[in-house]
Design a protein around this ligand. Structure first.
Ligand code: DGL
Length: 283
């Protein structure tokens, strides 16, 4: 049995790397659904189907707990799958299984509050508003998940999402740094014009963007804090496994990387991020 990690492509490796550092003895299977990547501009129904198929593939490969290392899948598909499909999958596979997302831990990190906290609205005047910018896919922006969930918890945080359609696809292809820099600077500038100033903090709300976090940091005013999803997700998963000893997660430190797309080595950008060449096998 293993921990499954799902993304449309290489973005989820950013989360996977942190999870394997945190749980080195556990077995991991990483699935990149590159045949369908990028998913961030697909319809809600398409994203649900792609996520469900990816999870089923991971359960069949032996995953017990799957982390959707993808904001788009977590924002659009997770709730739907958790309601009926996950309990049904658990029965079908004859063992406890679950699918977890990465937005809850990110919101906990952004608000400094536990997910279960809901602010009491007393109508007090809010003195100062901090602005959080969220760079994400079109589907995540349309879901408004960051705006809605942060507003429930913190009245003093305003959220502005900046959809960056096309950016995950460029990162997936390992586009040249110069090209990525132009696209990222354009989005940072578009967000600044929309808000009237730069955000006080930023969430890289698409796991692909974490691979080029340094380009976002360079495009934003120096010192702008970035909320890093990989650490937030690893923290949350550690707490989750303490509460849920029922999942069998493997103990041999196995690492499998599989793809629905082209097998073999990934782009130079991925090798650079990973610190070594990384090759995917057929899913
Ligand atoms: N990395 C994914 C995310 O966090 C998906 C990017 C895409 O396929 O468009 O949203």
């Amino acid at each position: 049995m293993a921990i499954g990690v799902f993304d449309s492509g290489v973005g989820g490796l950013t989360v996977h790397r942190e999870l394997t550092r945190r749980f080195p003895a556990r077995d991991f299977i990483y699935l990149a659904d590159q045949a369908n990547a990028p998913i961030g501009s697909k319809t809600g129904e398409e994203i649900v189907d792609i996520t469900r198929n990816g999870c089923e593939r991971l359960f069949q490969a032996g995953a017990s707990v799957i982390v959707l290392a993808c904001n788009t899948a977590s924002a659009v598909a997770l709730r739907r799958l958790q309601q009926t499909w996950v309990p049904e999958a658990s029965k079908r596979h004859g063992r406890p299984v679950n699918v977890l997302g990465i937005i809850v831990p990110t919101i906990e990190a952004a608000t400094g509050l536990p997910w279960t906290y809901e602010a009491e609205r007393r109508g007090d005047k809010v003195e100062a508003i901090d602005i959080t910018g969220v760079f994400c896919t079109a589907a995540t922006a349309i879901s408004r998940v960051y705006e809605i969930e942060i507003d429930k918890r913190r009245e003093d945080l305003a959220v502005f999402s900046e959809p960056c359609p096309g950016l995950a696809g460029l990162i997936e292809l390992g586009a040249p740094v110069e090209e990525l820099t132009v696209v990222i600077c354009d989005h940072v500038d578009a967000l600044r014009r929309r808000i009237g100033r730069h955000p006080d903090k930023a969430i890289l709300g698409c796991t692909h963007y974490e691979i080029v976090a340094h380009l976002f940091a360079a495009a934003l005013p120096p010192g702008t804090p970035l909320i890093h999803q990989p650490t937030a997700v690893a923290d949350a998963l550690e707490r989750y496994f303490e509460r849920h000893p029922e999942y069998r997660l493997g103990e041999s430190g196995r690492r499998d990387f599989i793809t629905t797309g082209k097998t073999g080595p990934q782009s130079d950008m991925v090798s650079q991020f990973w610190g070594a060449p990384l090759s995917f096998d057929a899913a």
